[in-house]
Design a protein around this ligand. Structure first.
Ligand code: TYD
Length: 216
């Protein structure tokens, strides 16, 4: 099973991803679960992650190709082998991040660019997640969380308007369905409540798929 967590910076995705990973590993065993992330979740990927985070590009397409290159390596080296090994794969960001951050947020990209890029991702053979969770939170809450963690530079650098457009981009992807089941979670809630909702949906997905779960 392939599960993706998405949302704007400060939505709490990384915390939820590691909690879900711990819970799944406790339930199914360490070897049955892979917790990974983009950008950079492959051997050698740290260099791409540093480049992506440095992010001083003149063309939005440079960023786009950087994230796509990162994903192709991540899929080939990490995700596909884990799916083939029947692991539960949990990925913090995936294709919707590129669509929301590089494509739908951009004033120079059109809606048809997003459709073509979804087509491109199929052509490349990127695996489609079974479920994508959108941890939805408004921009001011996300910004104050980033402030509290001393990580507000990404908001200062790109501006709140940018994150409003990214959030709308996710909305649009969710409405169009875009090749995966989408579940929106209210990420303004406290960590425990978000995790309880997430875990509930994952239990449902596992029982639909027939994953054997030990008695609790
Ligand atoms: P990171 O510190 O991992 O942030 P987060 O914990 O929110 O994931 O930095 C990743 C940044 O890269 C984040 O601002 C989102 C951005 N990003 C893109 O713009 N496009 C992409 O395709 C991906 C995967 C990430």
């Amino acid at each position: 099973m392939f599960i993706v967590l998405e949302g704007i910076d400060g939505c709490g995705k990384s915390t939820q991803s590691s909690r879900l990973g711990e819970w799944l590993s406790g339930l199914l065993g360490l070897d049955a679960v892979l917790v990974t992330y983009e950008p950079g979740g492959w051997p050698g990927g740290e260099a791409v992650r540093a480049l992506a985070r440095g992010g001083d590009f003149s063309s939005v397409w440079s960023e786009f190709f950087l994230f796509m290159m990162d994903r192709c390596e991540h899929v080939a080296r990490v995700i596909n082998p884990a799916i083939a090994g029947k692991k539960v794969v949990l990925c913090d960001r995936y294709m919707p991040s590129t669509l929301a951050y590089q494509v739908l947020s951009s004033t120079i990209m059109t809606e048809s660019a997003a459709e073509k890029i979804i087509g491109l991702s199929k052509l490349i053979g990127l695996p489609q997640p079974d479920c994508t969770f959108f941890l939805d939170v408004n921009v001011s809450v996300a910004k104050s969380r980033m402030d509290a963690r001393g990580k507000r530079d990404s908001f200062d650098k790109r501006g709140e308007d940018f994150f409003e457009r990214v959030r709308l981009g996710y909305e649009r992807l969710m409405r169009s369905g875009a090749g995966t089941e989408w579940v929106r979670l209210d990420a303004a809630l406290d960590e425990e409540s978000v995790f309880a909702a997430l875990r509930g949906h994952v239990e449902r997905l596992m029982s639909l798929e027939g994953t054997e779960m030990p008695d609790k």
